[in-house]
Write a protein that binds this ligand. Structure first.
Ligand code: UT7
Length: 327
């Protein structure tokens, strides 16, 4: 049998500062009722001053390593999925490597927005299929609160900060990652973007006055594309591994909007207990959303050996993807 990648430890880290919908009512013209009914979000976590992406990523990584019983110097590769790195150079993966002392590890940041953790797991899977002895740390980590315009009610109510991580190793057993499907469509980039702070646009007064340092989103259009892509990529994964809905034990969909999660659950014909939900506590944490959910489910005893697990995500770019695995 070929070697497969299994997750042997998960971890997460969330800032302690909670921002409720009521807190947002004091900032912008919004209401707890609007946010709850349109998104399902009740509160989100916000990084404190001086608390950076790499700090959250490091905490999540250490938690995952502890659960896996793996020492930092056993890690061969660190992959960090993020759209909010501490700085353009070095990567968050480099900073995590330094913080945890994983000096044998290669270091790689990937920029795939909300689908980043699935892309990261997929890359790790390919490495481990080629060499069963590798141990790889995959992290999704975001400090979106620093890329949100706190005067724009159409975006600031949606996002939150946090990090999640997984340690992957190889096995010859009949479990682990069974299939991955990755997609993108760059033609639609303008519907969800941070246009400034790269090298294309000067960081000047004009850029700031346009709000291009912040996330800008055409929410309704993104919603329409998200549900279509998520449904398609879900069935793509199910077909690839030959699963029908009743084979599923736990589903992790990117936590962007409760209405999107309900849509996915209805289309799959899935019972409520099988779709993991934590959007009410953390909002949309982009690349961190699935690994935080995975860690909560794992530590909460909702995953068991042999469980059939499905993940899917959609985000800016656009990017989307799915992953099927036997736990
Ligand atoms: O993570 C990457 C993927 N992201 C997503 O998948 C997000 C997809 N989009 C969404 O989740 C939803 O489109 C939103 C939650 C962003 C918005 O919900 P919506 O039902 O599409 O609302 P809308 O944008 O059509 O706005 C409806 C109304 C508008 O007022 P008018 O024009 O009808 O008078 C908005 O101005 O709600 C207004 N509105 C708000 N009102 C109170 C927009 N944001 C707010 C707000 N509070 N925070």
């Amino acid at each position: 049998m070929r070697s497969r990648a299994v997750i042997i430890g998960t971890g997460s880290a969330l800032p302690s500062r909670v921002m409720t919908n009521r807190d947002l009512e004091a900032l912008v013209d919004t209401s707890d009722e609007w946010i709850r009914t349109r998104t399902g979000i009740l509160e989100r976590r916000i990084a404190s001053e001086g608390e950076n992406n790499s700090d959250l990523a490091t905490r999540a990584a250490l938690n995952a390593l502890e659960m896996a019983g793996v020492k930092p110097d056993e890690i061969d590769l660190i992959i960090v999925a993020t759209l909010t790195p501490d700085m353009p150079m070095p990567s968050v993966a480099c900073l995590v490597q330094k913080n945890i002392g994983a000096f044998r590890a290669g270091v790689l940041d990937i920029s795939v927005t909300c689908s980043g953790f699935i892309y990261g797991l997929s890359i790790a899977d390919k490495f481990i299929q080629a060499d069963r002895k590798l141990k790889i740390l995959v992290i999704g980590s975001e400090v979106l609160s620093r890329r949100v315009n706190w005067q724009d009610r159409t975006t600031c109510v949606l996002f939150g900060d946090g990090a999640g991580a997984a340690v992957l190793a190889g096995t010859r057993e009949d479990r682990g990652i069974l299939s991955t499907h990755l997609h993108g469509d760059g033609r639609l980039w303008e519907l969800l973007a941070i246009r400034g702070l790269g090298t294309a646009v000067p960081a000047d007064e004009e850029m700031l006055s346009r709000g291009w340092q912040y996330i800008q989103m055409q929410g309704k259009d993104v919603f329409k594309h998200a549900v279509k892509a998520l449904e398609a990529v879900t069935w793509e994964a199910m077909d690839a591994v030959g699963w029908k809905t009743d084979a599923l034990d736990m589903v992790f969909c990117h936590q962007a909007n409760m209405r999107i999660l309900d849509f996915v659950r209805e289309r799959l014909g899935l019972s409520e207990d099988k779709l993991f939900i934590n959007i009410h506590k953390y909002g949309n944490t982009s690349a961190a959303s699935i690994p935080i959910a995975l860690d909560e489910a794992n530590r909460g005893g909702r995953l068991f050996a042999g469980a059939n697990v499905l993940m899917m995500a959609f985000g800016g770019g656009f990017t989307w993807g799915s992953l099927a695995m036997r736990w």
